[in-house]
Design a binder for this molecule. Structure first.
Ligand code: ADP
Ligand code: NA
Length: 333
């Protein structure tokens, strides 16, 4: 039996969005507050460098991501909050797992295909191996549950395949078969300009996303200009099935307010966009502005953020070190 333990992370690559907040941070906080699991949250800087990162910007983005966690409600005493590169077990287990994972498994990852594109000869080797490092991040703590957005589902399946292959190859029952936790209305927040694409910091159009840090006027303007169809909202959620842009705005509303989509539809069904969009903008400003205010306050004291992350790394390493040592022993080191 494994201790109920959550691991998840975000990349400190700059440009945090409402998608990161609703798909990841808000749910990380909910899991911490539920009190059912020991929670370990990480700035995955070793993942960020699979594509080029300017060193000074990486440092700043790491502190910004840490501030985002704390401002959103992660308590660095109750949860463990740290920076991946400060716990050497991640890189070590990542290498061991890159000798367990198969080339074919990696080649099937849709994120690899999307990010490397047609120019895969020029992609970093790390970008290809990324899911093996991600498996190491999770299994280094014997994490049983990983809250993530829908886009990470395939990587979680690969983590399970690596754990199962390791256990099978060495005839042990050492690594847990980790469960993804992908639930709630906002596991895939979509672009405000195109209902078929996920909201992302890498979209060239700033109007496609709400950034953490956007001011009230900008948020209102982005929702006002969000693409929708001309029809009013239907009476129930099922009526949004073929209307991805409209559904996305309802999903965002539900996730921000912590209500079910059915409950939201019972209030907003029949409304026109001229009424719903300002309501959505007000709600978003209400929920996001205290977070960005608190982020700014925290980032004014970078030494304190570094101290919190240093302490988190010590606590993470205390769990990781014996698991890594046992892994090496099993493998014959
Ligand atoms: P990004 O995907 O923005 O590059 P990360 O890889 O650091 O950022 O993702 C951090 C977390 O945020 C992951 O759990 C991911 O699933 C989640 N996430 C990112 N974008 C979205 C989105 N548009 N909707 C829901 N969750 C998202
Ligand atoms: Na991602």
């Amino acid at each position: 039996a494994f201790t109920p333990r959550v691991f998840s992370g975000i990349q400190p690559s700059g440009g945090l969005t409402l998608g990161n907040y609703l798909g990841a941070l808000k749910r990380f906080v909910d899991m911490q507050n539920a009190g059912t699991h020991e929670c370990i949250y990480c700035m995955v800087d070793l993942h960020a460098i699979t594509v080029w990162q300017d060193p000074a910007k990486l440092t700043a983005a790491t502190r910004e991501a840490a501030a985002f966690f704390i401002a959103s409600g992660i308590d660095p005493e109750r949860s463990i909050l740290f920076n991946q590169s400060q716990v050497s077990g991640h890189a070590q287990l990542g290498w061991l797992f890159s000798c367990v994972a198969r080339m074919g498994w990696m080649g099937r990852m849709t994120q690899w295909k999307d990010k490397a594109g047609k120019n895969s000869e020029n992609a970093s080797l790390g970008l290809f191996a990324y899911p093996a490092l991600m498996a190491a991040d999770i299994l280094l703590y014997h994490a049983t549950h990983v809250p993530v957005g829908e886009d990470q589902k395939q990587h979680l399946e690969l983590t399970r395949d690596i754990a199962a292959k390791f256990n099978h190859d060495f005839g042990v029952d050492f690594f847990p078969i980790t469960e993804p936790v992908i639930e709630g209305p906002a596991t895939r927040v979509m672009s405000l300009r195109d209902g078929t694409k996920k909201m992302s910091k890498s979209d060239p159009s700033d109007m496609s996303r709400i950034n953490m840090g956007d001011d009230a006027d900008t948020i209102a303007q982005k929702f006002r200009k969000a693409r929708t169809d001309p029809e009013a909202l239907p009476s129930d959620y099922a009526g949004l099935k073929e209307r991805p842009e409209a559904r996305n705005l309802v999903d965002i509303f539900a996730a921000l307010s912590g209500r079910s989509t059915d409950d939201v539809m019972s209030e907003v069904g029949g409304m026109g966009w001229g009424q719903f969009k300002p309501m959505l903008a007000d709600l978003a400003v209400d929920k996001l502005s205290p977070i960005t205010g608190e982020m700014n306050r925290l980032m004014a004291d970078p030494a304190e953020i570094d101290r919190i992350l240093g302490r988190g790394a010590e606590r993470a390493d205390a769990i990781a070190a014996p698991i890594l040592a046992r892994t090496k022993e099993i493998m014959g080191f």
